[in-house]
Design a protein around this ligand. Structure first.
Ligand code: ADP
Ligand code: MG
Length: 844
């Protein structure tokens, strides 16, 4: 096949299939999947399991195989719950990963299509453009202005210019300049590349392995959870020994062997009640489920801990164009400099200064406007394009040199500040123009100046736009209206203590006018790019305390802006879409990339990718981040609360010299309760809705402890009351009532299980009363399943033959209702506390 044929057709689908079978996936880092068996082994090695197994073994030794078998059945139950949970988390995380996989455009079957980079095969023809990270090694067939950053491979910071093999001079080094390498970055231009090597056979694949697998540092939350687990395990260990010793001395009338076994058994019961296995589970489950929920709302989380950071964001830096505004431009005003000249002439020059195939919304608007005036494209671009002056962020202007009917015209357009410096204007004319610019800008319009220059022959064309001397044609005012919901969103951010900072390449007056339109506080204060250049970091740090608008900035400024805020102790989220935005996105606490029009490099540097480049989604995401953090906090508090009655009961029983057959909680009952606690955390508490005032309080301090003293006191108090209720009931029935340990135990157990349901409802909000929060919980099907499921579970363990195995007994209606009532009272008292708190805060 000739080169032209390859370029137009690419591979066929049948060829692709064969090549895929032969070469496999294009993975730079092999995907290591943990086998199912390994996972199960991992779970079995957890202390909870070893304790369960130990308890089962002891029962068998004691000659009570029935109890041993029941324990083993529970082992299977707990394993299944853990496996299901891990499987679900894995599935969620993999689905998220697939969503943020990089794509690449290839030509297959003669058509341009977008495929996942992982599906590339050798022989594929890929099209690379600015901002793309090259996914495979390949030979360059056709290139225009192609410049590549190969620092990830060669360490060379300077961009490398690439050409095709015919144009390449003999190159001696290892790295060829007619070839592209996986893992490198297109910083300019575009090319057609014939894929040669994929996956681990690429240069990057050969060396990149260990680079990619650098471990991530644990976050605040992970560290705190770690120390919580350690503390808790320490306490458990001490109590384990204590309970064992006490039991040993309590039953001095037993044989030595029995004494040892009994004391180990009561120690195990306590240890099982105290193992803090829930804490790390809460973290992974809540964060991954949170990320999943965010993905459904079109914001993709690339690093899990970002979910937690989101809730602490205090400064939100956004690009104006496209994020705050719609990026749908229309020309709404024109002003021709020369009165006799009419609008048509101005617009013709404007049109000539646009790209012939415009993709920039502003240029599209300009060409549209021309069309409406009857200046059609085939007339406009009918001449010969001799050369062009490219637009750069620093220059902020551009121009085209056209030859029309033998006449050479240089048409230029750009930001007025820059265009006016190369125009030949008298002082008076300059003043007149500047007044007009201010006038337009104040209306929130983006003002573009248009200028022209005529030369006699091609040798007189200046090499740089800045060397031209233009005649001013006039000014164009373009409107880019703010997105509909932005005003409301900014209002919510301000109430939530999140400062919105606007960053734009537009001029200050325009920016300030838009800022005012969307209700940004302090919209008169502006820092311009030039001021920024002349400012020291320290000065900038002081200024950003008040100023929220940055105008006429280039992407490189963003890094300094983020740094200034971070140095002030803020948690910064920042949006960006260009290649040059990547460093700032990485540096920000939350880098936000645009999924629709952002470059791949920016997406890779970001923590969050917005599939829909919309400001509202960012605000929603912050709100969700707060909700998820709240729920983690509530769940950790809940774990404290619910373990107190269990742990205290196993601790107190031997001290009260209760005989081993009539103990409140035997190991099976502890496991039974654990089987309820896990799903309560990972299903029920995970899906708690946001509190009504979640966006009315200031962002949390990022150094704040997950369990604050207040939460801890509340959890412990609640736990103690439930303990008193359940253990008290059991104890009274055992000693004064019907003296039946099975009945006493059943009542106590029912109290804990029902109190568990009430706890979730009461702690659903710190301030709103249960009846109010029930309103939205009532609509939630899962809540119903859990509530009815628990009650059904209680009925089954009490009233079916299972009760014999579980050492429980059926309760009569009176006993059941009494337990129900006591469970309610033991938790609902907290409503009174909420009420008192409310009155107290009103008085203040
Ligand atoms: P923003 O950051 O708001 O998207 P840009 O960086 O795209 O702004 O543009 C900054 C300024 O550069 C604009 O206000 C305008 O003056 C000028 N400019 C942008 N695009 C063009 C273009 N295609 N032709 C001429 N001037 C342009
Ligand atoms: Mg722009």
């Amino acid at each position: 096949m000739t080169k032209e044929q390859i370029i137009t057709n690419g591979l066929t689908s049948t060829e692709v299939k064969k090549l895929q079978q032969k070469y496999g996936k294009n993975e730079l880092i092999p995907n290591q999947k943990q086998s199912f068996l390994k996972k199960v082994i991992h779970i079995i090695c957890e202390p909870m399991f070893l304790l369960l197994l130990l308890a089962a073994v002891i029962y068998f030794i004691l000659g009570e195989p029935r109890d041993g078998a029941v324990m083993l059945i529970f082992v299977v139950g707990v394993i299944s719950i853990d496996v299901i949970q891990e499987w679900k988390t894995d599935k969620t995380l993999n689905a998220l990963k697939d969503l943020s996989e990089p794509n690449i455009t290839v030509i297959r079957d003669g058509k341009e299509i977008l495929i996942a980079s992982i599906d590339l095969v050798p022989g594929d023809l890929m099209i690379i453009t600015e901002g793309i990270k090259i996914p495979a090694d390949g030979e360059i067939l056709k290139a225009s202005d192609l410049c590549i950053d190969e620092s990830s491979l060669t360490g060379e910071a300077e961009g490398v210019w690439k050409t095709t093999i015919e144009n390449s001079e003999f190159s001696t080094g290892y790295w060829r300049n007619d070839y592209c390498y996986a893992g490198t970055l297109v910083i300019q231009g575009s090319a057609y590349v014939l894929v040669d090597k994929i996956g681990l056979s690429t240069e990057y694949g050969k060396i990149g392995n260990d680079v990619a697998s650098a471990p991530e540092k644990p976050t605040q939350l992970q560290k705190q959870t770690g120390s919580l687990v350690k503390l808790w395990s320490g306490i458990a260990a001490v109590l384990f020994i204590l309970v064992g010793i006490i039991t040993y001395f309590n039953i001095s009338d037993h044989e030595f062997k029995d004494r040892i076994i009994e004391s180990i058994l009561s120690g195990i019961t306590l240890a099982m009640a105290m193992i803090p296995e829930e804490f790390p589970v809460i973290l992974t489950v809540f964060l991954s489920m949170g990320a999943w929920r965010l993905a459904k709302k079109k914001s993709l989380v690339r690093r899990l801990p970002s979910v937690e950071t989101l809730g602490a964001v205090s400064v939100l830096c956004v690009d104006k164009t496209g994020t705050i505004t719609m990026n749908k431009m229309t020309v709404c005003d024109t002003w021709s400099f020369n009165k006799e000249d009419n609008k048509l002439c101005l617009c013709e020059i404007m049109g000539l200064a646009c790209e012939t195939d415009a993709y920039d919304p502003m240029e599209k608007a300009m060409l549209n406007y021309c069309e409406n005036l009857g200046i059609l494209k085939n007339h406009l671009f009918g001449g010969e394009l001799i050369t062009e002056y490219a637009f750069t962020n620093e220059l902020k202007m551009m121009g085209h040199v056209w030859k029309h009917d033998g006449e050479i015209i240089i048409a230029a357009k750009g930001s007025p500040e820059r265009i006016l410096t190369i125009c030949n204007l008298s002082e008076k004319e300059l003043k007149l123009t500047e007044d007009k610019i201010i006038d337009m800008s104040k209306r929130g319009l983006r003002v573009i100046a248009v200028g022209e220059m005529h030369v006699q022959n091609e040798s007189e064309i200046p090499t740089k736009l800045t060397d031209c001397t233009l005649t001013l044609s006039g000014l164009i005012g373009l409107a880019d209206p703010p997105r509909k919901s932005v005003k409301e969103d900014i209002y919510h951010c301000t109430r939530a203590g999140v400062r919105v900072v606007m960053i734009t390449g537009d001029n200050g007056i325009t920016a300030s006018s838009i800022a005012k339109q969307v209700g940004m506080p302090n919209s008169e204060n502006i820092i311009t790019g030039d001021e920024l250049n002349n400012m020291s970091d320290e000065e900038l740090r002081k200024r950003v305390k008040e100023v929220s608008i940055f105008s006429r900035v280039v992407p490189e400024h963003k890094m300094r802006i983020v740094r200034a805020f971070k140095d002030n102790g803020e948690i910064v989220a920042m949006t960006g879409d260009g290649v040059n935005d990547a460093p700032a996105l990485k540096y920000a606490d939350i880098g936000i990339a645009m999924g629709k029009h952002g470059s791949e490099v920016s997406r890779e540097a970001a923590d969050l990718i917005l599939m829909d480049d919309n400001f509202s989604v960012i605000v929603d995401t912050i709100k969700d981040g707060r909700r998820i953090y709240d729920n983690i906090r509530k769940a950790m508090g809940y774990v404290f609360t619910i373990h107190i009655p269990i742990a205290f009961a196993s601790l107190l029983a031997p001290m009260l010299k209760i005989s081993s057959v009539s103990l409140f909680l035997l190991p099976i009952h502890v496991v039974l309760l654990e089987l309820i606690i896990d799903p309560t955390c990972s299903i029920v508490l995970e899906r708690q809705p946001a509190e009504y005032d979640i966006m009315e309080r200031a962002p949390r301090n990022s150094n704040e402890k997950i369990l604050k003293a207040g939460t801890l006191v509340k959890s412990i108090l609640q736990g103690i009351v439930v303990f008193v209720a359940s253990f008290g009931m059991y104890f009274i029935i055992l000693n004064k009532g019907i003296k039946n340990p099975e009945i006493a135990r059943s009542m106590g157990l029912v109290i804990i299980m029902l109190a568990n349901l009430f706890l979730v409802q009461v702690n659903s909000s710190d301030s709103v009363f249960v009846l109010q929060s029930m309103k939205y919980l009532i609509k939630d099907k899962i809540m119903w399943v859990v509530n009815i499921g628990t009650i059904l579970g209680i009925l089954i363990i009490l009233y079916t033959p299972l009760n014999v195995f579980l050492k429980l007994a059926p309760l009569n209606i009176g006993q059941f209702l009494l337990s129900f009532g006591i469970a309610g009272v033991s938790v609902l008292w907290y409503e009174v506390v909420k009420f008192i708190k409310k009155i107290y805060s009103r008085i203040q």
